[in-house]
Design a protein around this ligand. Structure first.
Ligand code: ADP
Ligand code: MG
Length: 390
């Protein structure tokens, strides 16, 4: 029996834990027809919380209803990519649509293309019109009373070219106003999505539903382990299941890591049909290690130097930190430190546990920072702030 756990970004987990509500909401959004809430939505949440997996799950629902689904990533020339993907599998020949390369040669009025470093960049209005027309044609070829077009746009973030996003949003806005049967779901980390929504040209995006994915309940994790392991022919005691479930902290990526490495340990130890306590303990240790490399390290790398220092200063404590202490350790004013506190809370790295207290939210981030503090040049901070340790 191959290892059923999938500790890889975007991979479908053996059991999708704790997401029934979202899926149900989406189902309603589809059933309720154009204009229903949820037809335009943002899925936000920390890295590894399961945004891509959700986009895939919702896409499956739409596909099963015979919708045309296009999954794109909000980077590079994604507008053209979406247009191209909308064409694949299209039976009807779309005559009025002009492929960009052809359009350049035919020099259509209103079409402006400039050849830049990254290839061809289309004028905002043109890209938008192309997309709008293409989606319109796809819908025309369907039974629009029961079929529609779903576009998912993953990883809305720093790498997202804003002009393209504006074109995209403009096209969608028109189609929604025309009451066409479409749905669009964006995904990204919270602050990036805020930046996008605050972009003045995209004001209509403020109407979009927001779903901030959270960690899932430990009981649900317990059940998922039980189900997955027994389906794979492996017995696990109540104790083992408790340990496995708790080690995940309800963090979806960790569910897969813990499951995967524990399963593997049991294979290595020749335990064909059960998980021993030792399999589980060494599996958890291995999973923590992997989490550090796969999640904690990139999550920290993604931060500004000061935000990172804020976390490092927190990692000096073994429990919740006092925000005043953090400011002192950083050698900054409480107001200044507060800006970073708020940002880290918004990004789901930390949480406010009590008045003037913050604690880590990302599982094992404290341990990770403690063991990698040197790598993040703590010494520099200690020198700079003169009395970091004081
Ligand atoms: N609801 C869930 N239950 C169990 N595992 C999940 C769930 N959501 C995501 N995962 C797992 O977590 C990992 C990260 O998921 P992914 O969708 O790539 O996260 P994100 O896009 O938010 O970074 C994958 O290994 C995936 O299988
Ligand atoms: Mg993702």
């Amino acid at each position: 029996m191959p290892n059923p756990f999938k500790p890889t970004a975007g991979s479908e987990p053996p059991v999708l834990v704790g997401r029934k509500q979202y899926i149900e909401d989406f189902q309603f959004a589809i059933d309720d027809g154009s204009g229903a809430p949820g037809r335009l939505s943002f899925i936000t949440g920390a890295r590894g919380v399961g945004k891509t997996v959700m986009l895939n799950a919702l896409s499956d629902i739409a596909r099963n209803l015979q919708w045309k689904v296009v999954n794109a990533t909000a980077a590079g020339d994604f507008l053209q990519e979406i247009i191209k993907l909308l064409h694949t599998g299209q039976k009807t020949h779309i005559t009025s649509y002009t492929l960009p390369s052809v359009a350049i040669e035919s020099s259509l009025p209103g079409m402006k293309a400039n050849i830049g470093l990254g290839g061809m960049q289309f004028e905002h209005s043109q890209g938008s019109t192309d997309l709008r027309q293409t989606i319109g044609h796809v819908l025309d070829s369907m039974d629009e009373s029961r079929q529609g077009v779903l576009i998912t746009l993953d990883e809305v973030g720093e790498g997202t070219p804003l002009p393209q996003l504006r074109s995209f949003a403009t096209a969608i806005q028109h189609l929604i106003e025309e009451k066409r049967n479409i749905a669009v779901i964006f995904a990204g980390v919270p602050h990036m999505v805020d930046d996008v929504v605050n972009d003045s040209v995209l004001t209509f995006l403020r109407r979009a539903e927001r779903y901030q994915l959270q960690d899932v309940p430990i009981e649900d994790v317990w059940e998922a382990f039980e189900k997955t392991l027994s389906a794979g022919g492996k017995n696990a005691s109540y104790d083992v299941l408790n340990k496995l479930a708790r080690a995940t902290h309800g963090y979806p990526f960790m569910i897969q890591l813990v499951g995967y490495w524990t399963w593997r340990q049991s294979v290595v130890n020749g335990h064909d049909d059960f998980i021993s306590l030792e399999d589980c303990e060494s599996g958890i240790a291995k999973a923590k290690d992997k989490l550090g490399n796969l999640v904690n390290a990139p999550a920290v790398a993604h931060l500004s130097a000061i935000a990172r220092d804020y976390l490092l200063a927190m990692a000096m404590d073994e429990g919740p930190s006092n925000t005043g202490d953090i400011a002192k350790r950083l050698g900054k004013s409480p107001q200044y430190a507060n800006v970073y506190r708020n940002r880290l809370i918004r990004e789901d790295y930390i949480i406010a546990t009590d008045y003037g207290k913050v604690d880590f939210k990302m599982p094992y981030l404290r341990e990770f920072l403690q063991s990698h503090a040197a790598m993040y040049q703590m010494s520099r901070n200690i020198e700079d702030s003169g009395g970091f340790l004081g």
